[in-house]
Design a protein around this ligand. Sequence first.
Ligand code: DQA
Length: 153
Amino acid sequence: VTSRSLQEILLLHGPNLNRLGARDEVHYGQVTLAELVERVRGWAEEAGLGVRAVQSNHEGELIDALQDAAAWARGAIVNAGALTHTSYALHDALLDFGRPAVEVHLSRISEREPWRRVSVLRPACGASFEGEGPEGYRKAVSWLAAEIIERDG
Ligand code: DQA
């Protein structure tokens, strides 16, 4: 068994977010997923947290990632893409994860199409940031860092 001095968090991205930088710049901006992950790593590092990043276009792989993370992660930042609006399976996986989770959306989903305004993941998350682009991830990191300190010291 290796002892981890570094506290780690899961950064989980769902379908189509691998296309950031190329897809729908109006809503999602020009930052690529790789750049976004690097920014999150920087913010997390300042807060004393390491980041393991997973992106998948497949719902089951996202659930597997959360189940796996239960063994090592102190918390999770989740942008599940369109699965946000449909996936009760991911909702249940987040509940089962049992650690603080925060939802982030680059775009302001509450002001887009009616079906996008509902997040079925929201009730399983302790906080939610939307419509601020990468800045929302920075806020998610600081929210999560505070939660982790409160819980784990
Ligand atoms: C998104 C919003 C979702 O509705 C959409 O399906 C995405 C990205 C966002 O970051 O704004 O893929 O989660």
